[in-house]
Design a protein around this ligand. Sequence first.
Ligand SMILES: Cc1ncc(COP(=O)(O)O)c(C=O)c1O
Length: 398
Amino acid sequence: MLATEQIQRYRLETPGTQHHIHLNNAGAALMPEPVMEAIKRHLELESDHGGYEAAAMARGRIQGFYQSLAKLLKCEPRNIAFATNATDAYSRALSAVPFRKGDSILTTREDYVSNQLAFLQLVNRFGIKIRYADTLPAGGVDPDSVRDMIQKERPRLVAVTHMPTYSGLIQDVAAVGRICREHDILYLVDGCQTAGQLDLDMREIGCDFFSATFRKFLRGPRGTGFLFVSDRVLESGLHPLFIDLHSANWTGDTTYRLADSARRFELWERAYALVLGARAATEYALAVNTVHIEQRVCQLAKDLRQKLASVDKIEVLDRGAALGGIVTLHIAGSSPNNLKAVLDQATINCSLVHIESARFDFQERDIEWALRLSPHYYNLNSELDEVTGILDEQINRS
Ligand SMILES: Cc1ncc(COP(=O)(O)O)c(C=O)c1O
C-alpha cells in the first residue's frame, strides 16, 4: 500500500499534478522530475560534446536501460530491445514470424486497432487467415476456446492485447501463455497499457514477445518503447524482416551474422536522451514498487467506476473478471466533443475513444464513442470526486 505521504511526495516530484487533474495516463502519463532531468542532462552533453561523443561518454548509463527494464519485467537484459513506440516494437515482432500462405493468427476481439490493421495487411499480402477466440460471458478471452482453436487449426501465432485501449479489461495472458507453451505456439502480447500499471513477470506470462511504450503508465518520454524477446525466439534465430548494421554483422558479400541478443530487433539510430529518460522512468517505477502501483491504480479505477455508476445516465462500459486502470463510460444522447470541452475547461485531462478504435466492442453495444478516464497512482480520490461531479452537473444541465 502506498501511504498518503508517499503519494504527496510523488505529486511534488510531478509538476504537472499542480496544474491539472491528469486522468489521461492511458494516453501519456505525467513525467516525474528525474525523467526530465535525465533527458535534459544528456541533451546538454550532446550539445557540449557532439551526439556520438556524448553516447560514448554515457555508454554505461545507456547499458543500464537494459538492466533496469530486465528487473521490471523479470527477465534478462539480453531479452530486451529498445523501440521508438509500441507499434514499432509490435511490427518488428510480427515481421519475424515465418508466416506461410494459409497460416492463421489466433487473436481476440479486444485486440488493439493497429494490430488488427497489421493482421489485415498480412491477409491481403500473404493470404494469412485471422481467427478470433471466443469471449467469456463476463468479458475477456476464453482460454478454453484458445486451446480448442489451437488444437483444431494450429495457428502460426497467438496474439493477445493485455489491456485494450478502450476498456480496463485485464486479459488472462498467463492462462493463454500456458496453453501456447503446451502446444509450442509463438505468442505475442501487446502490453502497451499494462507496462508500468501492473506488476509484470515475463516468466509467468510465458510469451515470446511483449511490446510496450514508456509514455503511458511507465511515465517515460514520448518516442520510446521496448520489445521483450524470449530465449526460445533468440535460440531459434528468428529476426525482423528488415535489419541493419546494429542488428547484424555483414560477414561476407552475401552473409550476415545476427546479434545474439534481442538487439537483433533494434535499429542503430535512436535518441539517447530519451533512452536515458526511459531508464529513469523504469527506475522510478521500481522505486515506487510495481506491486503497490498495481494495487493503487486498480483501486482508484474501481472507486471511479463506482462513483460514475451512481450518476444517473452514465453507463460504465468496462467488463471482465479483472479490471485495471482504464475506465470508460458512455452517456446516451450526449455530445462527446462537448463533454471533452467541459472537462478541458476544468483542466481535467481525459480522452475520447471512437468506434474506429473499438469496432467489435462498440458495434455490439451500439455506441459510437466512449469517454476514457485513466487514473495513475499519483491521482487522488478528491480528483475522482471532482470529475464525477462535473459530469453529473453537465448531464443535469443538458
Ligand atoms: C493497447 C495498445 N496497444 C498499442 C498501442 C500503440 O502504442 P504506440 O502509439 O506507442 O505505438 C496503444 C496506444 O494507445 C494501445 O492502447
